[in-house]
Write a protein that binds this ligand. Sequence first.
Ligand SMILES: [Zn+2]
Length: 229
Amino acid sequence: MSVIDEVKQKTDIASIVSQYVTLKKAGRNLVGLCPFHDERNPSFFVYPEQQSWHCFGCNTGGDAFSFIMKKEGLDFGETLRLLAQRAGVTIPSRAGRDEEKEEKERLYKINEAAARYFHNLLLNSSEGVKARNYFQGRGFTDKTASEFQLGYSSNKWDDLKKYLQEQGYTEDELVKAGLLVESESGRIYDRFRNKLMFPILDIKGHVIGFGARVLDDSQPKYVNSPQTP
Ligand SMILES: [Zn+2]
């Protein structure tokens, strides 16, 4: 849910308007003297069910946002901040958003480094021979293998972990990226071992995770990494 939707959901038009206008019940609605024009007979209505207001005198209306904007002379952003504060909704600051973005970029980089690593193992290692044979047996040429960055994860427990740590990534980040898992005893090791690796791309071509398949008949046949947010 967007911040705007969250604020809208947690904002009650009647309690907002009541801060400025004395409202009386009128059936399912509320009525009061319009704060935007001079009047003796109330023509300003609040509709709690629709979370909206309308003045039949000035023939204007809207929701809680437009009411505050008009009443306080604020722009939309200022109104959002005011109502968010009132509703107890935190608006992510620019710094917070930048940090989030950076973290995401770093997760892409980790996954991309892992994809290159798996791909290189497939093409160039002696261990990768059985995976190469598997792909070739299914009609994958070297060209398709590199086009899709197909790969192979070695049978060791910490091959990828060591490699990515050498690249400057922390164990924490690698767990977050779904490439390492932690055992109940607290040991942290490679999630994918002795598997065929298929990078999963998002719409922009970022590697966001991996699908992995066993080379033999063992179960489970497929393992996927939890996709990065
Ligand atoms: Zn009015």
